[in-house]
Design a protein around this ligand. Structure first.
Ligand SMILES: [Zn+2]
Length: 316
């Protein structure tokens, strides 16, 4: 690129700049270098940065393209990396069937909260970096043959924290599902309530659970999927009241962090505490489902849970 600009300038005779322009810094340094160093450099360049990710579990370098194709699951040890809400939706719903709800809803900084940075500036920063408006995407879609209401949280937006937008979008989704007689799936990942919104974020726990109670009363199924990590306010509200509670392998699931629990109870915590596997053994969750099997398993469960309704509906 630099060379072509340089040539263009020399061709344009109206400027005398080319003679003054210094050659690129790389060329200068190459003159004094020994051939041994040069060969070492070229070896490094064979692996461009940003194309590989090191798996935190098995330390294997995984090719990013391979990781994307494998739904962000390590091809060697099956470690589940975080996955964005849009990629998740894409992996679950039938093509072109997702109708997003409340896509433009954004938080209001009603407390004028300022910590290290103001809440308003944090929101803008995350909206720019993630391309999301808040930490959940909701909508109606079709999974297999089942028309379903689907909410998917995204940890990359302020740690998947539950503020008033997350609560409101989910409550509206649940109400829509009740109104239309649809099953509901919420895929959670969250660090908990959004501290920037104080009490407003805590109110979302009651609001979402209230809407879920009406959905349950109308006898429509709700499947909650817990992914790494699902904690605090989300865990203590809508994430744990599913008719079926599923989790991804190795997901950290709990209310308070292990250190807080250890300090409060003054007891040693059992190994594997707060992992999906531990909670399956202790009966809190119903099944651990690998990400790549999730769609088929959801179709299977939806078929099972809505079978009675279809029979009742046909009988009327
Ligand atoms: Zn791995």
């Amino acid at each position: 690129m630099a060379t072509s600009l340089f040539t263009k300038k020399t061709l344009g005779l109206e400027t005398a700049e080319p003679a003054v322009t210094p050659p690129p810094a790389n060329n200068q340094t190459n003159f004094g270098k020994k051939p041994k160093l040069a060969s070492a450099k070229s070896k490094k360049k064979e692996i461009p940065e940003g194309l590989w990710t090191k798996c935190p579990k098995c330390s294997t370098m995984v090719f990013d393209k391979e990781l994307d194709e494998n739904l962000k699951v390590c091809t060697h040890c099956q470690h589940h990396f975080p996955i964005g809400s849009r990629e998740r939706i894409h992996s679950l719903v039938e093509t072109c069937t997702f109708e997003e709800m409340d896509a433009e809803m954004t938080s209001v900084d009603s407390l004028q909260f300022t910590g290290v940075a103001s809440y308003a500036s944090k929101l803008l920063e995350y909206q720019r970096s993630t391309g999301l408006k808040d930490a959940v995407i909701t909508g109606l879609c079709r999974i297999g043959e089942h028309r379903t209401a689907l909410g998917v949280m995204d940890f990359s937006f302020l740690g998947g924290s539950m503020g008033s937008v997350v609560g409101e979008k989910l409550a509206r989704l649940i109400e829509r599902a009740t109104e239309k007689g649809l099953p509901l799936i919420i895929i959670s990942t969250s660090g908990g309530a959004r501290m920037y919104e104080g009490m407003f974020s805590l109110m979302q726990m009651a609001k979402t659970c209230g809407a879920l109670a009406y959905h349950a009363k109308a006898r429509f199924p709700y499947i909650s999927v817990l992914t790494h990590p699902t904690t605090a306010g989300v865990m203590a509200s809508y994430a744990t009241v599913g008719d079926l509670i599923l989790a991804e392998p190795g997901a950290m699931i709990g209310f308070a962090g292990p250190r807080v629990i250890k300090d409060t109870t003054q007891a040693e915590l059992p190994p594997g505490f707060q992992t999906a596997e531990f909670l399956l053994d202790h009966g809190l969750i119903d099944a651990i489902v690998p990400r790549k099997e999730l769609k088929l398993r959801l179709i299977e469960y939806l078929g099972f849970l809505t079978a009675g309704q279809k029979v009742a509906g046909n009988g009327k």
